[in-house]
Design a binder for this molecule. Structure first.
Ligand code: SAM
Length: 323
């Protein structure tokens, strides 16, 4: 068993089967053995996956241009901060250097107390621990993780509490027997936190996910494990050695955002956002600079972003007004 697996097994022996949320928390964020904390770089060619952020400089140039447009919409204020949630390898540092840029991740980066500007994130919300739930015998049940021979197994637990029930009824289509769902309460807590610290400005959230109407496409839920660029269905295997993600429920982000003062401005594909950023100069800033070889490299990056990731990833833009 992996070291994170040993820690989980000990906890299960002590307390009995644990909610999946706890399993995900330990597998990803155990201080010594969690996937994101064991001192091995999970990103890039030698890691497990690429994110759009690693497609530099083109992703950075276009996102910075999109933020520049938002800055102008705010009347070009003197004070303007860009906070990045889950900044990972700080890939956006160079692109966002013209502003006060505050990258925040688990163990570093201090969130400003109050600021005007933009809260940017790329693949942050999909990495937050979620509850896994199954609808069975006419009720939503917590999915727990128990010990099984040599590893872990799912165990259907108690009926979920009122907060999770409300989430499931609001942000999914009416339930169907045997379907799996995820509840991401931590995402909603982050939205509330951001609504409180952002005096004026925008949340710009890039991630993959679905809306309430699209949730019908995922009868088995959206949990996935990644290792060496392969999607694996079995998220309980090799705890701490593979990434675990869940698709973002954008209806939940949008509607709970509205409730805490973050009004939806736009919800679109990443391709649409990149086109909005690049159309003014016909992508000249993103593709220019350097010789022919560099331009070719950047054209390939733009192609990957627009056609490889552009339709899968979505961008939610929410606005916080003053007062
Ligand atoms: C999938 S990675 C994305 C990294 C980067 N944004 C990118 O696109 O390459 C998710 C990041 O969110 C961070 N993260 C997870 N939970 C967090 C929390 N509670 N506070 C701050 N960062 C967190 C992880 O440590 C990880 O770096």
């Amino acid at each position: 068993m992996t070291p994170a697996g040993e820690a989980l097994a000990a906890e299960i022996r002590r307390n009995g089967a644990i909610p999946f949320r706890r399993f995900m928390e330990v597998a990803l964020y155990h201080p010594a053995h969690g996937y994101y904390r064991r001192g091995r770089d999970p990103f890039g060619k030698h890691g497990d996956y690429f994110t759009a952020e690693q497609i530099q400089p083109v992703f950075g140039i276009l996102m910075a241009e999109r933020i520049r447009q938002l800055y102008r919409q705010m009347g070009s204020p003197r004070e303007f901060t860009v906070v990045e949630l889950g900044a990972g390898r700080r890939e956006m540092a160079e692109a966002f250097a013209e502003w006060k840029y505050v990258p925040v991740d688990l163990d570093w980066g201090a969130m400003p107390e109050k600021f005007a500007g933009v809260v940017f994130s790329n693949e942050f919300f999909d990495a937050l621990p979620v509850d896994a739930v199954v609808y069975q015998s006419g009720a939503f049940h917590q999915q727990r993780v128990a010990l099984a021979e040599g590893g872990f197994a799912w165990q259907t637990g108690e009926v979920v509490g009122a907060t999770a029930e409300r989430y499931l009824r609001r942000y999914y289509l009416p339930p169907e027997e045997g379907r799996w769902y995820e509840v991401n309460l931590e995402a909603l807590a982050w939205l509330e936190r951001m609504a409180a610290v952002l005096s004026k400005g925008y949340l710009l959230t890039v991630d993959y996910g679905f809306t309430r109407a699209e949730s019908v496409r995922f009868p088995a839920g959206t949990l996935m494990g990644y290792r060496r660029h392969t999607a694996r269905e079995d998220v309980l295997a090799e705890a701490g050695m593979r990434d675990i993600t869940s698709h973002v429920n954008f209806s939940a982000l949008e509607e709970s955002g509205t409730a805490c003062g973050l009004a939806k401005e736009r919800f679109e594909t990443l391709a649409q956002t990149l086109l909005t950023a690049g159309e003014a100069d016909g992508f000249a800033a993103a593709l220019g600079a350097g010789g022919a070889a560099e331009e070719l490299r950047r054209r390939m990056q733009l192609k990957t972003l627009l056609f490889g990731m552009g339709e899968t990833f979505r961008v939610l833009l929410q606005k916080k007004s003053e007062g």
